[in-house]
Structure formats: C-alpha cells, structure tokens
Write a protein that binds this ligand. Structure first.
Ligand code: NOJ
Length: 776
C-alpha cells in the first residue's frame, strides 16, 4: 500500500543528527556591545604600534612547514620576533604551531598572536569528497557537517583559518579547478557557500573549535578564457551580478570572516588591485566587515599583469581594499616608502591592520593565544572513527549513477568480481586535489574497500589493465605534486592480457577508470576532457570478454564520455571521494547505499559544446524543442551541424537503483499578486524496488524581462527519502524573492508577468505550470 506524506520542510538527511547544525548563526561579535569592546581593545593596541608593526600584521608568509625546533631560528621566526608577521599558513601540527606562537607571544614587543591558516578545502586529515563531488550530494546538512568536522579537526591541531569555501562558478571543464567548487549554478553554489561558512565558523568564532572561513576567489576566477588557469576574464556586469557573484555574496551574508582576492583581472584591472571589486562591491554594496587577503603572490603578479613595479602594485592593492599580502611581501617591503612619498595614507595602513587585529580578537587569541592546537585534543579529534564514518557517508552521497542497464548494479554479494583499472590499488589518489592534511597512506583504495566490506562473500581479483596514460611524460606531469600513479612498465599488451585473463575468471567486471587526482585542481587545465586512450582501450578490450561491466569513474571535472558511455552496462561517477573512497564506492556498488547524487555541472558530449550550461539564454533563433530532442540540424538556427545541442548528462541529472515518478504537479495560485507566497506542489513516488533518496528540483523561467532571462533557473530543491512504494507530496514556497534578478541598472528587483514554474528530477526533465504574477 502506498503512503502519502506531506513534506513541507527542507531536505531529509538520513545520516546526521541536526543537533549541531547552525542555521541562523547569531554571531556574538555582531552585537553593538561586543563591537564597542573590540573597538576599544583594538584602537588601544593600534595606538601602541609602530608603523613597521602595523605593516607586519599585513604580512602572511608560508612556513615551508619547518620543524618545531626551527621556529625560532628560521627567517620567519626572526620576522615573527620583530612583529613583522601577521599570520602563517600551511604549517601542520599542534606542537609546531604552538612553538611559533610562542615566539610571537614571548619575543615580540607587543605580543600580538599570529593566526594560522591552511587550505582545509574538503576536510582536514579526514578527507571528504572533492567539493564538486560534495556539491553533487545536494545535501546541505552534509555540506555543513563536512565543514564542521574539518573545523574541529583543524582547530584541535592549531589551525584557526581555512582558505575555503571556494565558490567560483564555472562552466568550463577544461579548467582543473572546477573540482574545488560547486559547479555551474548560482543558486546551488550560494546554498553550499553559506552552509560551508556556517560549518566552519559556527556561532562563536572564539569557541576554540570553530575557525575563520575565507570565501574565494573574489571574483570570477572560474571564467578564465579557454579554461587556462589564471587567464583573463572579461564579462558584463549583468552576468557578474546575476550568475557569478551570488555565491560570494551568500558567504558574505552568512558572515564570512575573510575573502581571498582572485588572480584574474576584472574589467581590465587584476582583482587584487581592483577597488571597484574589493571596496565598492564587497564592502559598500554587500557590507562586508572582515578582511581581504590576496592569493599567493597576488600583489607581485600584478607586475606581470602590467600594472607597475612592486611599490606601485602594493600601493594599488592597499588602496583597492586588500588587507593582507600572501607570501609576496610587497606590503612589507614597500608600504613605508609609499607612505613617505604620499602614495598611500596612514589611515589606509591602519585600516588594514585594524581588520587583521579584529579577526584575531574574534578568534579569542588576545585572551588565549594558545586556544587552538592541543596535541592531546588533536589525538582524539583528528581522523577519529566518527569523522571517518561521516566522510564515508558523504562520499557515498556524492556519487552519481550516470547509467545502469541490465540491472548490473547493485552487484550480487556472491561469485567473482574482477576489479580492474590503473588506480584500483592506489590510496594516494583517492583524496583528490587539495589534500594538504590528508592521511594519504590510510585512504581506502577501491580494492581495500571491496575486500574489507565484501571479501567474505565475494572473490575479488584485480589487475591494473593500463596506465593512466600511454604517455609516460604526461603521466609524470599529472603526478608532479606527489600523487604517484604507480606506473607499470610492462607493455600495453601485457597489461591488457593480464586484465582480460582476470576478467575471464569473473562473473562481472568493476572497471575503475578516468583521471588521476592531480589531473584536476590548481594549474591542471586540460585541452581534452576525455578519458585517456590507454584506459578507453582497456574498456574496449574488456568488452570483448562479454562480461557485464560496471564502470567506476574517477574525475575532478565533467568529462566528455561520448566515446565510452555505450560500452559499460553501468557508470558510477565516484569523483575523488576522499579518505573513505574505497569503502564508499563499495557501499554504492553493492547497494548498501542507493546512489542519489545529481550533477552540479553539465557533462558535455564534446569539448566543442563548451561552455554548455542549463541556465542558458534562449537566443533569437533557438532550435525548436522537438529538434533539440531529436538532435536535428536546422540551418540559420542556433545549433551545430556536427553535434546535438543537448549535453550528454545535464545539470541535475543522476539515476538511482529505484525509480521515482512525478505526478500531480500544481501551483496554489496561478495569478499571484505583489508579495504573496504561492506553493508549487508535486507528488513523487518511489515506484521501483529499492528505498532511496531523490533530489526534487524547482526551476523558474521568467518569460519576458527588461533584459533577456535564462530558459530556466534553479530556485529550490529538496532531498527526500522514500521507501519502496512510498509517495510524498513535495511543496515549494515561492515568493517574489525567487523572481528577482539584477536588471540593466544592476538593481535587484522582480518584474511582473508570466513565469514557468517547473519541477523535476533533473534540469531537462521537468513538469511545467504557467503563472502570471502581477505587482498589485
Ligand atoms: C593558491 C590558490 O589559488 C589558493 O586557492 C590557495 O588558497 C592559496 N594558493 C594558498 O595555498
């Protein structure tokens, strides 16, 4: 019998208790009383500081991770002693951090504590899926929880500032850093952005187990030309405000304590020296109150951008609104001279120093400079079983089932399974990009996961089958930062033969192919977004065995899978799933977890379609939907002669082992007026054979506007859990807030008229209701 349940509230997360969740953080440091106290403290301190000491607060070197004993003797140690350092980043370990803090507190004149930053991007030692994967979970409790776990681990080990969340919207899969963000959508990106900030910062930044978040890279870093890292960006302000800015603003609205400037230029001025961006938009328009840090040598790089010499670009950055200089020491070495020459003002230097001191005050460091980092606490907090279980669950939730034919998945818990692929026994590549603190050796490889979880019932055989790439030099470049891929020097034929032999002994093949971890991430742009040929050849060879193939895809970006998608029976996109990758993949393959991930970024058919994204404009010559669906070419329409318009897998797409059917969509009022709230309702039924979770997506199209509007925009989603046979009524509240956009004058407002209200299982499969919303 089917049960009908009305679901009004947000996502159901089967995994976590909500107890620790912070939904509306009332940050103590926002009250007037707190601010008056902080002001008195900081102004008093500033009045005692020399110019050098003030400039010193703006200096953020990297440590090179010296050992404990070197803290004092190193060059940085000396600078700390002289008060010429505001913070340090990427030192790992409570004891080491304490030793440096000790130098600041015991040897520097004013005993100003340092802040300690790190790229804690998707977890600390317990590593979660890469951010693009986490985004695919569409589970905001989980997203927040991942940041909470990361903050607890990192803070117990001495870190009180993370360079996360990275929220750069991107429609460019050539760009390796799409792996670090939440994909292409401003709405989903904004939800994730704020939940990451809540998770890191909690309610109280001085709690000792919360840390400063840093939203980055402000701004538009994901829109570099041709997907080449650090490349030029040029876009209209209307696009910036409507499509690229929302996730940064969402972090600011959530109270993010710091912002990192991006490397790229915006309107012809590098973001690091762009006053319009860092002051007019960020502070004046959005009311940001924290501090802005450059990216790594961002000031110095303005010399190469063609903005002047080090003194000029440092002054430009300070005047633009930059407070802290990461690594380059442009501030440290030139600001005094610029002040003497009248190129910067004392007030500008004071303002930057004030903002750094305020952040330190908020962290409680003036009360207790050793508040963060306690080896005993770290031993309990870091990489404990509870955190690993959360990471395992997050990893399974991030996986996207792209295809499942002949009911190959879930696998049967019996017989023999051939586990084949270049990384099946590799732990080092499981965490993916930005895993500074990851316990790599302990990361669970696919074979380890399968053996540990199902080794008693199932016989697993393994073979490498192919190297990541035929080209050994390229494979070296891919692994240049240390994530070795265990290249096998046997010939291609030998590797294939071994794989085929193993496959012939098995009932089913699990073939794990795709990218290695460092094929995405910073400075990892690719001109091809396909699976390397060595691995495609392996797939084709295994196909000849006639055995069913379940393909596990490792990737940090959307790949063009056109040449492989028809070959395996099933494809699970596992991204880079983190510390617990092998366990989580096993959970999904054997059906312990029914996959529910949905793509946060479009997977194109070919690179030629890029940029391709669901929330595109209609153009004046759109191809009719019928022709789009049938992939029919029409002359003088917006389409390709040699390729369909549709992507391979659209935004929001992802299958389940069960089936969800949508019915009875309706809106509560087709003619709303003014500030009314209406409801869009749909019934979702689990009509398949497994319990499972579904992400129900709400899209809206504004039919006529004063500027052209996208064909659809995500405006809401709910992740619901349905038992086999169960139905739920899903209700979305819609207010004029959902209709707002930045118009030609960059004013945020909504315009009356007709709207399509669409609900569905992915961006391309929706049911539609038309409404007409009038102002009064
Ligand atoms: C450069 C990267 O662009 C940025 O994301 C990172 O936080 C810094 N390096 C510090 O490692």
């Amino acid at each position: 019998m089917k049960k009908l349940i009305v679901l009004a509230a947000l996502a159901l997360s089967p995994v976590f208790s909500a107890q620790e969740m912070v939904n509306k953080p009332v940050q103590s440091y926002q009250t007037a009383q707190y601010q008056a106290k902080r002001k008195a403290f900081v102004e008093n301190l500033l009045s005692k500081m020399t110019l050098d000491e003030k400039i010193g607060q703006l200096n953020l070197p990297t440590s090179g991770d010296f050992t404990t004993g070197q803290a004092q003797s190193s060059d940085i140690g000396k600078k700390v002693e002289q008060g010429l350092v505001g913070g340090l980043f990427n030192i790992k370990g409570a004891e080491k951090i304490k030793a440096v803090q000790k130098v600041a507190i015991e040897k520097s004149r004013l005993k100003i504590p340092l802040i300690f930053g790190m790229d804690v991007i998707h977890g600390y030692e317990t590593t979660f899926p890469i951010p693009l994967g986490l985004a695919a979970s569409w589970d905001m409790n989980l997203v927040q929880q991942s940041a909470r776990v990361a903050a607890k681990e990192a803070s117990s080990d001495g870190i009180n500032w993370t360079f996360s969340p990275m929220v750069d919207i991107s429609r460019e899969p050539r760009w390796g850093r799409v792996s670090e963000g939440s994909g292409e959508d401003p709405y989903l990106g904004s939800e994730i952005s704020k939940n990451m900030v809540y998770g890191y910062q909690g309610k109280d930044l001085s709690a000792g187990n919360t840390i400063l978040a840093c939203v980055k890279h402000f701004a538009l870093y994901g829109a570099g030309e041709a997907g080449r890292d650090y490349n030029t960006v040029d876009m209209s302000h209307v696009r910036m405000f409507n499509e690229y800015f929302p996730p940064y603003k969402s972090a600011v609205d959530a109270g993010v304590a710091s912002v990192m400037a991006s490397f790229n230029e915006v309107d012809g001025v590098p973001a690091t020296g762009n006053k319009w961006l860092q002051t007019d938009v960020l502070r004046k328009l959005w009311n940001f109150k924290g501090f802005v840090v450059t990216d790594y040598t961002g000031i110095n790089e303005m010399i190469e951008h063609g903005m002047g010499d080090l003194q000029q670009v440092s002054a430009l950055a300070l005047k633009a609104g930059i407070d802290m200089d990461m690594v380059g020491e442009g501030f440290l070495t030139t600001l005094k001279k610029s002040l003497d020459e009248g190129k910067v003002t004392q007030a500008e230097i004071d303002m930057a120093a004030r903002r750094i001191l305020e952040a330190k005050y908020d962290l409680g460091l003036f009360d207790d400079p050793y508040r963060y980092g306690d080896a005993k606490l770290a031993a309990k907090e870091v990489y404990n079983m509870e955190n690993r279980n959360i990471a395992r669950s997050a990893a399974a939730q991030s996986m996207v089932l792209l295809k499942n034919e002949n009911q190959v998945l879930p696998l049967k818990k019996s017989g023999t399974v051939a586990v084949i692929g270049p990384l099946v026994n590799n732990s080092l590549n499981m965490a993916g990009t930005w895993s500074v603190a990851t316990k790599h050796a302990a990361s669970v490889s696919l074979m380890q996961g399968l053996q540990a979880n199902y080794g008693k019932e199932v016989k697993f055989l393994s073979a490498k089958g192919a190297n990541i790439d035929y080209d050994a030099k390229l494979e070296d470049i891919y692994a240049a930062h240390g994530k070795k891929t265990d290249r096998d020097n046997r010939s291609k034929e030998e590797l294939l033969k071994e794989a085929v032999d193993v496959a012939n002994k098995a009932d089913v093949i699990v073939l794990a192919i795709g990218e290695s971890a460092e094929m995405s991430g910073e400075s990892s742009s690719r001109t091809e977004i396909t699976i390397p040929q060595s691995q495609v050849d392996l797939l084709n060879e295994l196909k000849k065995t006639g055995k069913p193939i379940a393909m596990v895809l490792y990737t940090g970006r959307p790949l063009a899978l056109t040449n492989v998608k028809d070959i395996p029976d099933a494809i699970v996109n596992a991204w880079f799933a983190g510390s617990e990758a092998g366990n989580a993949i096993s959970d999904v393959l054997f059906g312990k977890v029914n996959p529910s991930g949905k793509l946060p970024m479009t997977f194109p058919r070919s690179l030629g379609q890029v940029p391709i994204y669901y929330n595109a404009k209609n153009t004046g010559r759109p191809l009719s939907q019928d022709k789009v669906d049938k992939c029919v070419y029409e002359r003088f329409r917006s389409n390709y002669m040699d390729e369909c318009n549709t992507p391979l897998y659209p935004f929001g797409y992802g299958l389940s082992y069960t089936k969800f059917s949508y019915s009875d969509m309706s809106v509560s009022n087709p003619n709303p007026k003014g500030n009314q709230t209406i409801q869009a309702v749909v019934t979702v039924t689990n009509s398949g054979n497994y319990d499972g979770a579904e992400v129900v997506q709400l899209y809206i199209r504004d039919i006529v506007g004063s500027i052209t509007r996208p064909v659809k925009e995500l405006k809401g989603f709910q992740k619901i859990f349905l038992k086999k046979g169960e139905s739920k009524k899903v209700v979305f509240d819609i207010t004029p807030e959902s209709l707002k956009f930045y118009n030609g004058e960059l004013k945020l407002d909504w315009e009356p008229g007709e709207f399509d209200i669409m609900i569905g299982t992915s961006s391309d499969k929706v049911r539609n209701s038309k409404i007409n919303w009038t102002k009064e």
